[in-house]
Design a protein around this ligand. Sequence first.
Ligand code: KIV
Ligand code: ZN
Length: 510
Amino acid sequence: MSDKLIIFDTTLRDGEQSPGASMTKDEKVRIAKVLEKMKVDVIEAGFAIASPGDFEAVQAVANAVKDSTICSLARALDKDIDRAGEALKNTNSARIHTFIATSDIHMKMKLNMTPDQVVDQAVRAVKRARKYTDNIEFSPEDAGRSDEDFLCRIIEATIDAGATTINIPDTVGYNIPHQFGATIKSLIEQIPNSDKVIFSAHCHNDLGLAVANSLSAVLNGARQVECTINGLGERAGNTSLEELVMAVRTRQDVFDCDTNINTTHILAASRLVSSVTGFIVQPNKAIVGANAFAHEAGIHQDGVLKHRETYEIMRAEDVGWNANKLVLGKHSGRNAFKVRLAELGVEFDSEESLNDTFKRFKELADKKHEIFDEDLQALVSETQTEATELIKLVSLKVCTETGEENTATVVLSIDDKEKIATAKTSGAVDATFSAINSLVDFELNLQLYSVSNVTQGTDALGEVSVRLEHNGRIINGQGVDTDIITASAKAYIHGLNKIMAATDRAHPQV
Ligand code: KIV
Ligand code: ZN
């Protein structure tokens, strides 16, 4: 029997550190539930001490999820560990993940500490974390650029102090596969008590090598990989869960381990993370990109039709693709709607939320006759997000005429009071955003605006993403509608709501 490879998902923590990708508590819970369905072993729900909102989000994920271990990140500081322990208090299975930097450059320039002080602080943190749970992960941050002898020393000491998982981060994405694998092997061989813990890899993708480095770590003895859906994460991102899991599953001739992941939920998770964060998945992205299983060249199509393995190494349905199946239409009933969404992993926490989404589905079915899974997922995302928002779009009227200025009249509900504004500029989207701006007292800088279609055809739902900056904080907003100006207004309002809800939060690594 092959070994188990533990999947530690950090979409909600390291993924969320990506500028613009911050998530609300409810969004985190929705993603965590899909990860649980997928049978992710450990979900890193956040950095509890970052802000009261982050603390509540870790708590909410811990309350909502029963089958995965829930983890909170904590610097090697008493106050961080206590906050993480507190947030995880009522969790079925809790882990505290504590870390301190170990590379010369980080110890000198960031921490201003000597190596001896760093070892003492790491040991103290692990011991303190043991007061809350016996499932403790320790990470020597920037291990990928740390001195190996020092790594051996600090890891041995933290295992003695009670760490149960030792995570080796390539924090800046500097490593090369054969070298990263050799480091893992050498640490396991040299550290006398290494057999008491699971070794883990945590790779960043600055050189495009995060998945390759993680796989190399697995080949050299790591039995946990830290990853994110769609490879989300700071800068170039983290190891992509879907790529890592499918590489190990597809190449069982090479790997003597496998994960427990139910891969059929991968696509749903990818779409949810993309729609919550506004980080669009590139069409040629492995596993989850729109072209990942598409064949165009005649010769490939011919081969696939004769015998699919000629050009396909994985089955699209194994990762959740179902050939863009037409699922529901105008005459579909509430029950069929609910059943299909349950198959897609969507649950409703109240009858009211089900009814609201069903009403929107009927409205959409009047405008667009063929409703696909992607449409349903977009509708659910929008309904669940809007339910918690302070500012809502009530109506929008836009007049455009070739050669003339465009006029937009917007009615917003702000804290349950309706307000109206009109703006006239050269573009319809610009006029809409100006009208919204005039109703709120916020200095916003639009950094990015993009439109894509959720499915094919001119009657498809348009999905708009905006990136807004306010006082140095970057937030993404998303909106969907069959009308792209309305989708744009929804995206802008979504971003605005997020900015208003955002509070100051500490970054764990700065
Ligand atoms: O990249 C990194 O070093 C991290 C640590 C906090 C594990 O995310
Ligand atoms: Zn990281």
